[in-house]
Design a protein around this ligand. Sequence first.
Ligand SMILES: Nc1ncnc2c1ncn2[C@@H]1O[C@H](COP(=O)(O)OP(=O)(O)OP(=O)(O)O)[C@@H](O)[C@H]1O
Ligand SMILES: [Mg+2]
Length: 267
Amino acid sequence: MNTEAIQHVVAPDVDAHNATDWALEVNNLYVSYGKLKVLEGINMSVAKGERQCIIGPNGAGKTTFFNTIAGVVQPTSGAIRLGGQDVSRLMPRQRAHIGVARTFQRTQLFPQLTVMENLLLAIAALETRRFNVFRGAHSYEQSRSHVESHLTHFDLGMAKDRLVGELGYGEQRQIEILMAMIQNPSILLLDEPTAGLAAADGGIVTELLDECSVETTIIMIEHDMDIVFKFASRLSVLSAGAIIADGTVDEVRANATVQNIYLGTQG
Ligand SMILES: Nc1ncnc2c1ncn2[C@@H]1O[C@H](COP(=O)(O)OP(=O)(O)OP(=O)(O)O)[C@@H](O)[C@H]1O
Ligand SMILES: [Mg+2]
């Protein structure tokens, strides 16, 4: 792919959607793994409550971008602001407390634990005090009943005592999303949440996400264009470490160059 030719076919324009309230502002972000330059000057602003998708070829740097927002990967240079706060120097745990939750390209659950236990751990991960087995029964019961109502709301109440490792892959994907959602994040990063799912299960994922608060900003890396067009309000195309197109879904979709080079050739 000749990325030079399509550089900024849709100019990244932070004012294009007239937002003043940004959930995420990324400025001039560069990331390298040793000598391998992976992200080369990413600028992206995502408004609060936005449903933003990121598409791009394998190896473009999409997961690295998420890892950098979450604080797992340190950039060579550039700044990241969450809800107006510069988090560039904060640890992943601190960013989680500010409201970043995520799901992973490869599911990261505790297969030997039950659905209930996995969700309780998602809640415990956000507690400021150290996990303490002796902590008050009251707060444990509160967490359990919170998980129960969360699962019941999503028609998964019956699964609460099942081992996660015994669930089907589609259900595991759902549980991972519910673990992120129960943290009531201000920004939810989903790395290919429908990867490996049958089309019907992909639909279940978007239905789950429809239940997210309008206050929650969702950024989803996704290869399935049907899901992208159904879910996203805005779309960025990341290729070889650079944002080559950015705008409303219709703007990016209508762009002939992107159509030919990316949408026309990839699923
Ligand atoms: N921890 C790492 N150490 C060294 N190189 C890495 C590391 N993680 C990713 N890379 C490399 O960085 C580049 C970008 O990888 P990344 O996983 O961010 O791409 P991606 O867009 O998410 O791809 P995919 O669509 O396949 O998930 C690739 O060349 C990859 O091999
Ligand atoms: Mg990836």
